[in-house]
Ligand binder design. Structure first.
Ligand code: PMV
Length: 326
């Protein structure tokens, strides 16, 4: 993080959920916003980043990807400023905010997670300085997670790394030096048509949802065991089952959504044909496939794309720590 009296720059990475947050509790107040109906667990990435710069200004001004933020985004950012002001019990002095992603937004690479993780940290640092922020991340872990969570649920898992579990109003950090890679196949850069906000609502209306809740606790235990044992053969099938189930729930509800494109489906079919693999897939709310492995596999992925006659841009990422240097 770089900062001066007038300017501050901070970066945060998205996280890829191994166990998904999809379906949230109903809320009647802002403090209760975005609480998952089941615990989730993710890996924080490192190369994909949201970069937030704050510069002193006469008025609050918000820019996203070099453009004035849309009224909807302005509203979300203003609401988040208010949360931080209430928490710090002081008014934030005005700034020009510029936020940009170095990866495609809204396509299943958890851009809202990195954005609200970065915004939460940037606003706190703006008012109280970086030392305060770093101390708060260690000593007020749950407070900061709850602030980020109110911006976007999955953001509470991007404040830390390498593996973060989120259950209701608290997060648990799973420390590990397991080096995992996430090779992301970008089949489409088109922003998704149905937002996660709507997707969460529709999920709970699915006839499959109730049964999912009975399975997810067992899966999360498997993922935790896999992390502690560095056991990819245990992790892999569990995360694939989880991702496929989430996409089935997306399709099977009164407002069905198909996030997977034909190319994405074709590619998934191709890799499922391989009898023994040392890489496993997961997906977020989008058509882009995340392949989790213990070694870089871009060369192999290129061959598989050719074999399945599909085309995707490849983004090579890996497990990381949060608030990486920009
Ligand atoms: O935090 P939201 O509202 O963008 O929801 C995230 C939902 C998924 O990315 C699909 C799953 C997850 O747990 O990150």
């Amino acid at each position: 993080m770089q900062s001066s009296a007038k300017k501050l720059t901070l970066c945060s990475s998205p996280n890829i959920a191994f166990i998904k947050y999809w379906g949230k509790k109903e809320s009647t107040c802002d403090e209760d916003r975005n609480i998952g109906l089941n615990p989730s667990l993710s890996m924080t990435l490192s190369k994909a980043q949201t970069k937030v710069t704050l510069e002193a200004s006469q008025n609050f001004e918000f820019f996203i990807q070099d453009k004035i933020a849309s009224p909807k985004d302005q509203e979300k950012i203003s609401a988040h400023i208010k949360r931080i002001e209430e928490y710090l019990q002081k008014k934030l002095s005005p700034f020009k905010l510029s936020s940009s992603n170095n990866f495609p937004t809204g396509t299943g690479i958890a851009s809202s997670a990195s954005a609200f993780s970065a915004l939460t940290c940037a606003f706190i640092s703006w008012m109280e300085g970086n030392d305060f922020l770093q101390k708060a991340l260690q000593e007020k872990t749950q407070d900061l997670a709850n602030l980020a969570r109110r911006g976007s649920g999955s953001a509470c898992r991007s404040l830390h790394g390498p593996f973060v579990e989120w259950n209701d109003r608290s997060i648990t950090l799973h420390k590990s030096n397991w080096k995992l890679y996430d090779t992301i196949l970008i089949f489409s850069k088109t922003e998704k048509k149905v937002s996660s906000t709507d997707g969460h609502k529709f999920a709970t209306l699915s006839p499959l949802f109730k049964e999912r809740l009975t399975k997810v606790h067992d899966r999360i235990e498997k993922v935790k065991k896999a992390i502690s044992e560095k056991n990819l053969q245990l992790l892999g099938p569990t995360i694939e089952e989880e991702a496929l189930e989430m996409h089935e729930i997306m399709r099977n509800n009164p407002h069905p959504v198909e996030y997977q494109t034909e190319e994405c489906k074709k590619f998934l079919k191709e890799i499922q044909k391989i009898s023994s693999r040392d890489f496993y897939f997961t997906l977020d709310a989008g058509p882009n496939v995340h392949l989790i492995s213990e070694k870089p596999i871009a060369h192999l992925v290129k061959m598989l794309l050719e074999k399945s006659s599909t085309h995707a841009e490849i983004w090579e990422d890996e497990v990381g720590s949060p608030l990486s240097s920009c």
